[in-house]
Design a binder for this molecule. Structure first.
Ligand SMILES: Nc1ncnc2c1ncn2[C@@H]1O[C@H](COP(=O)(O)OP(=O)(O)OP(=O)(O)O)[C@@H](O)[C@H]1O
Ligand SMILES: [Mg+2]
Length: 462
């Protein structure tokens, strides 16, 4: 408890309150009702008593003012102990104000922190820009691509794309938001869509616009693949179709009566029509597999039996090229989760390729083994797998072609594959079927020596 101090601000109040009795004393002296001596004494006593009565209020008010000043400076002190009820009411009201203000501040702090976290964690790179095109703030996705020290830098130092900078300047001058697409060169080029949006009011940190970048590389690739697919599919269908039309013309015209030519042409027409039919069947098959890709088959199958059956079926085809299929299938391999017809299709396509692209007279080796040595992306999902490897001794595949091998219609030598009756869909079908079985396809090849296509089918989930 602070001791009561004399407060000079009380003097005017004491004077004001003492004035009426003072006037009474003066009048009493003037009318001779009281002598000057006792009147002076009475006046002095009144002033003193008024002062003494007001002193605790004055001291309390001074303490409350001091307390409020400390709160205003952000210092949390203990509320003062007061002597008077009236000022204590003021202190209670002040306490209430402090609590409300504290709750509101806490709310605002939480909101600001939440917005900060939201801004930081959004996956797209974001930049807050001031009117001078400088970066006020960037989120972690932006720092990951453009480096840590971004604050205060001119956007032009980061992204030199003229169309983007022009659009940014327009938005900073108060025009409506806009989108710009641009490529970011790097080890692998990436394509971005930049979206610029002005703020209706400038932020306290000078922010007037936000720039967000969206990686559209995958989308662009998909668009390109779709366009390529339509172009390839129609090209593949048009080629045999125009051959057919050509021969029909000839048969109706110059070769109308040439019986020998009929036989020859019809054989070619049959081959071309079969090719078209195979292509359509493969395309339908592929889209059906893609549709089912997310549902894993649930039957239990024995891989060795399937591989043996496929190899037996291709024995004749192998003999025609003077090739042999060697099987290394150990007994007692555990069953895998999968569909027999689909697994059969996988090995049929791989073996068909090995026979087509393997050197005539060479051997093809198919082996199956249970392994824990899995490719990295499969190791994250499974502990053990059955690996079936199809090895040929053909011309091999150049390293740069390997990543594209499972794309639809991709062929290393299109003319040659077409001549061999290929549609370029075999490995695409294999990849999607292996995906559906939650497995993985790996391709190793040495030019001039041969290739190994390995299918991993998981046994145990990790
Ligand atoms: N074992 C292999 N050796 C060398 N090249 C291969 C081998 N397997 C596939 N390729 C190359 O990959 C391309 C794509 O193979 P894929 O099986 O998808 O198509 P395809 O064999 O041409 O036609 P399809 O399988 O539809 O009859 C082939 O055209 C060929 O160039
Ligand atoms: Mg093939």
């Amino acid at each position: 408890m602070t001791s009561p101090k004399f407060n000079r601000r009380l003097l005017p109040l004491v004077a004001a309150l003492s004035t009426p009795p003072l006037c009474v004393f003066i009048m009493l002296v003037a009318f001779g009702a009281v002598d000057f001596g006792p009147a002076a004494l009475g006046t002095a006593a009144t002033v003193l008593l008024t002062g003494l009565l007001l002193l605790p209020y004055g001291t309390d008010l001074a303490d409350v003012a001091g307390y409020a000043r400390e709160l205003g400076r952000g210092v949390e002190t203990r509320p003062p102990a007061l002597r008077t009820g009236l000022v204590a009411d003021v202190l209670t009201a002040l306490g209430q104000l402090r609590r409300n203000w504290r709750a509101r501040t806490d709310e605002l702090t939480t909101l600001v922190r939440f917005h900060d976290a939201l801004f930081e964690s959004l996956p797209s790179p974001l930049f807050l820009l001031n009117r001078q095109r400088r970066i006020v703030r960037a989120n972690s996705a932006a720092r990951k691509i453009f480096g840590r020290e971004l604050q205060g830098r001119d956007l032009a130092g980061l992204l030199r794309h003229p169309a983007l900078l022009e659009a940014t300047d327009r938005v900073l001058k108060g025009q409506a938001g806009s989108d710009v697409e641009f490529a970011l060169p790097g080890p692998i080029d990436r394509e971005f869509r930049a979206m610029l949006e002005p703020f209706s009011e400038a932020g306290s940190d000078g922010t007037v616009a936000i720039l967000s970048l969206h990686d559209v590389t995958a989308l662009k690739q998909m668009e390109q693949m779709r366009a390529d697919f339509v172009a390839n599919a129609s090209h593949e269908l048009r080629t045999p179709l125009s051959v057919l039309l050509g021969f029909i013309e000839t048969l109706r015209g110059p070769a109308r009566d040439d019986i020998e030519a009929h036989e020859r042409f019809l054989a070619i027409m049959f081959e071309q029509a079969s090719r078209m039919s195979r292509l359509v069947a493969d395309l339908l098959n592929l889209s059906r597999i893609e549709l089912n890709e997310h549902t894993r088959p649930d039957g239990q199958t024995d891989v060795a039996t399937i591989v043996r059956r496929v190899a037996d079926g291709l024995e004749l085809q192998a003999g025609q090229r003077d090739m042999r299929i060697e099987l290394a299938l150990p007994e007692g391999l555990p069953p895998v989760t999968g569909r027999e017809d689909e697994l059969e299709q996988i090995f049929q396509n791989l073996l068909d390729n090995a026979l087509k692209y393997g050197r005539a007279g060479s051997d093809i080796a198919i082996s199956a083994r249970l392994t824990e040595d899995l490719p990295a992306s499969l190791a994250a999902r499974a502990r053990r797998a059955i690996a079936v490897a199809v090895r040929d001794q053909g011309e091999g595949i150049a390293r740069e072609h390997l990543p594209r091998l499972t794309e639809r219609f991709f062929r290393v030598d299109a003319a040659r594959s077409r001549q061999l009756g290929g549609t370029g869909l075999g490995l695409a079908i294999v990849k999607h079927l292996v995906n559906r079985h939650r497995g993985q396809l790996t391709i190793d090849s040495i030019l001039g020596k041969g290739s190994v296509f390995t299918v991993y089918l998981p046994i145990e989930e990790a």
